[in-house]
Design a protein around this ligand. Sequence first.
Ligand SMILES: C[S@@+](CC[C@H](N)C(=O)[O-])C[C@H]1O[C@@H](n2cnc3c(N)ncnc32)[C@H](O)[C@@H]1O
Length: 303
Amino acid sequence: MNKKIITPPIKSQGIKTKLVPWIMDLAPKVSGKWIEPFLGTGVVAFNSGYKDAILNDTNPHIINFYKGVQSGKITAALMKQYLETEGSILSNAGDNGYDHYRFVKTRFNEDFSPYDFIFLSRAGFNGMMRFNKKGKWNIPFCKKPDRFAQAYVTKITNQLANVNQVIQPEPNWQFLNRSFAEIIPMAAENDIIYCDPPYYGRYVDYFNGWSEADEKLLFSLLKETKAKFVLSTWHHNNWRENEMISRYWDKFNIVTKDHFYHSGGKVENRQTVVEALVCNFDITEFNAHNHGHQEKAKQLTAF
Ligand SMILES: C[S@@+](CC[C@H](N)C(=O)[O-])C[C@H]1O[C@@H](n2cnc3c(N)ncnc32)[C@H](O)[C@@H]1O
């Protein structure tokens, strides 16, 4: 898969942009729907190429934003206007821009505007997304008062326009704000489910609490499904193994890949992690580890 990746306007520390080619190469093309119970930024869905999809997340801000794009209420032109206005206030605001970041954060935490959501996602520290115990935005400012310079505004509005091109109208693409437990049973035999749940033992916030009971429920739902599924999880890092693999997931097929996560508060989260894809279909033709590396080695020796 050498296609250019469509990058969404929302950012988060768990974004799978770099892993999209690996995921899409593994996922078999099916005749039914693409079902994604843990949508996050949407980067995998937007590159899936499916005309029919069920896209779900418990985070209402993500779903609200994409529903707004789908209905035509949120457009690239309106976003450009909004970011130019707010960006110019930011660059002149006191405390090196922080005063205006705080102002937008307070406004968002009161009325949850999808435009302010993008502002915070793009002007927050390290492109992180985190909500506190009360469900309020909880990321500090990136400390760049000129964050929304023209080139950056253009980049974000282009991302929105690109996403708008692939989002299909209702009822083909349905954006839902429920728990994964209600979504997985919707899958039919000819559908494919891609699951990217919060990683057990790694990162928790208001919308990303994840216990072993959740992992177990996810396992039993995926064990029961007649659809094909691909699940992203972590396999191990330099310190430890993901105990959920031997407890649940190694009953299925697993492929792995080294991956470097760039952002994250904890030092542990900044290191190389071996990512895993777990699936319920035959993968004998697929590289067991580090997909894509052999092809590169072959190319190099050919010249
Ligand atoms: C690791 S992120 C997904 C990242 C996504 N694949 C991407 O590339 O941006 C996990 C997502 O699951 C959502 N989530 C957490 N608990 C959930 C639940 N019980 N049901 C559905 N979604 C949930 C979170 O809000 C978060 O957006």
